[in-house]
Structure formats: structure tokens, C-alpha cells
Design a protein. Structure first.
Length: 88
């Protein structure tokens, strides 16, 4: 009898939840239109995020290139100072 209560009671609750959920009203046309608008907005924002990530990657590449150029310029400057010091 106790095992029947252990199994039956949860099944009754789950069945009741499905019964209640199944009897709910369907979404209205306004709800569906709002949902479609939100989906379009999400899609647009995801596209914008992808574009910004691409832009960020390009900018990071430019920064890396500039850092390399700066390091080379500093190295050239040091070599030039060293060469000038030899002839003084």
C-alpha cells in the first residue's frame, strides 16, 4: 500500500501538471508578432556582435603590427646610436 502511494501520488501530480498545461490558452496574434519582432532583434544583434568581433580582431592585428614596427624602429635607433658612438 505504501509503495502504491509512493508511485501513484507523484504520477497523479505529474498528470495534473500536464492536464493544466494542456488547457492553457494559445498565444494571441499580438504575442506572436511581438515574439517575431524579438527574434528579428536578436538576429540583428547577433549579426552586429559578429561584425564587432571581426572589427576587434582586425584592430588587434593592426596593434600587433604597429608594436612590431615600433620594436624594429627602436632596434634600428639603438644600432644607429651604437654606430655613431664608434665614429666619435
Amino acid at each position: 500500500m505504501k509503495s502504491l502511494r509512493r508511485i501513484g501520488f507523484p504520477l497523479l501530480i505529474v498528470g495534473g501538471v500536464f492536464l493544466i498545461a494542456g488547457c492553457g490558452s494559445s498565444p494571441s496574434a499580438d504575442d506572436l508578432a511581438h515574439l517575431d519582432a524579438l527574434k528579428q532583434e536578436v538576429s540583428s544583434l547577433q549579426k552586429e556582435v559578429a561584425e564587432k568581433k571581426t572589427e576587434k580582431a582586425n584592430l588587434e592585428q593592426q596593434v600587433a603590427t604597429k608594436k612590431q614596427e615600433l620594436a624594429q624602429a627602436v632596434q634600428d635607433q639603438n644600432e644607429t646610436k651604437s654606430n655613431l658612438a664608434k665614429y666619435r
